[in-house]
Design a protein around this ligand. Structure first.
Ligand SMILES: Nc1ncnc2c1ncn2[C@@H]1O[C@H](COP(=O)(O)OP(=O)(O)OP(=O)(O)O)[C@@H](O)[C@H]1O
Length: 361
């Protein structure tokens, strides 16, 4: 089966500044892909190129096996089998909710009985009952976002493009909408490309996550794989591995060396061993003990610097003997100056050569 969307060597610059470096990927029918990355990494630009709101500088974009941009072809946005949901909803303010949702269907001359059928289905799936005759300004933020979604889904696009659709909502509503949206997309079997900078949103919604950094793909993988085997220190940081120690590899390159102790972990790039290493871990996955445990490997001596109360646990900030900071959670507060041992699980500890730092770049 042909991919529903294929990009090959697509790149884009603004004012001679390369915003997207040549990138290639394919998307299959029914797949949900999240593009995850920090502000300014090129997420929206990529989505707009696919929508046809911007043109590519080179490479090719194909939909259903046909070029839509590149090879001297440019299919305008309204003729592409895509529809977009925007961060700021972008509803027509002078039209009622019903008119907003029906707009695209009328433009594409959808039969009125089909129009009614789709409107009925979307209003019940997106909980829009009672809102159809209101203006968008008479609806709450969450309702406006649902209307935007209904409008985009009404034309049954082959691919739904979503640019941070939940980012204008408050935290509570956002959490609710996140799971609602995940079940909606799965119920409708929608093929969706979703831009976000929120890891949880990407985990909830995506079959695969594309991590974008500075206009290039650092890693493209299923959520579980991304979390358990982040390819670069930068992806690990994004996945919540906030502890980062700079160490040295042992002579045989099988472990790293911190304060006369040896740490083993998931060695993420054996090719470039030798020299210095970066050891990364999740504060949630470390255990603190007050003395060295016999017959246990992967423990390092630390001194407590500070304990911070965070409700269900204390965040304990510690120093290694070579003065690097590391954090873990503990049920109780620990006195500054206490000497203790930190246990790192080999499965949940990532070890990278320093040269892996720059990822795609
Ligand atoms: N029309 C434009 N003209 C010039 N520069 C632009 C234009 N659009 C985007 N840029 C620049 O391109 C880079 C990528 O922008 P883009 O909006 O794609 O990032 P993003 O990852 O979506 O960021 P955010 O999460 O903040 O929306 C930024 O440095 C931005 O300033």
């Amino acid at each position: 089966m042909k991919p529903i969307l294929k990009l090959e060597g697509v790149h884009k610059s603004f004012d001679k500044q390369e915003v997207l470096r040549p990138l290639s990927f394919e998307m299959n029918q029914g797949e949900r892909i999240c593009i995850l990355g920090p502000s300014g990494c090129g997420k929206s630009t990529l989505l707009q190129l696919i929508a046809g709101l911007l043109t590519i500088d080179g490479g090719i974009i194909e939909m259903g096996g046909k070029p839509v941009d590149g090879k001297k072809q440019f299919i305008p946005p309204e003729k592409r089998p895509v529809n977009m949901v925007f961060q700021d909803y972008a509803l027509w303010p002078h039209m009622t909710v019903r008119q907003n949702i029906e707009y695209g269907m009328k433009r594409s001359r959808t039969d009125s009985s089909v129009r009614k059928q789709r409107l009925d289905r979307l209003q019940s799936m997106l909980q829009l009952e009672g809102l159809l005759d209101r203006l968008p300004t008479e609806c709450s933020g969450g309702q406006q976002q649902r209307i935007g979604m209904a409008r985009a889904l009404a034309t049954e696009p082959s691919i739904l493009l979503m640019d941070e659709p939940l980012s204008n909502l408050d935290v509570k509503l956002r959490t609710e909408m996140r799971s609602e949206l995940a079940s909606l997309l799965s119920d409708l079997d929608t093929t969706a490309l979703y831009v976000t900078h929120d890891m949880l949103e990407a985990f909830t919604l995506a079959d695969r996550i594309m991590v974008l950094r500075a206009g290039g793909i650092d890693q493209f993988a299923e959520p579980h794989q991304l979390f358990s085997r982040p390819k670069t220190p930068w992806v690990a940081q994004l996945m919540g591995y906030h502890n980062r120690l700079s160490t040295e590899f042992t002579m045989d390159g099988s472990a790293t060396h911190i304060a006369e102790e040896y740490i083993t972990g998931q060695m993420m790039d054996r090719g470039a061993l030798g020299g210095r290493a970066i050891v990364m871990s999740h504060p949630e996955q470390l255990r603190i003990s007050m003395k060295r445990e016999e017959r246990e490997s992967n423990q390092i001596p630390v001194i407590v610097k500070q304990s911070i109360f965070e409700g269900i646990h204390w965040r304990v900030i510690m120093r290694t003997r070579d003065n690097q900071l590391i954090q873990a959670f503990n049920k109780e507060s620990l006195e500054p100056g206490s000497e203790c041992w930190l246990h790192l699980s080999p499965k949940q500890t990532m070890i990278y050569p320093e040269s892996a730092e720059y990822g795609n770049g």
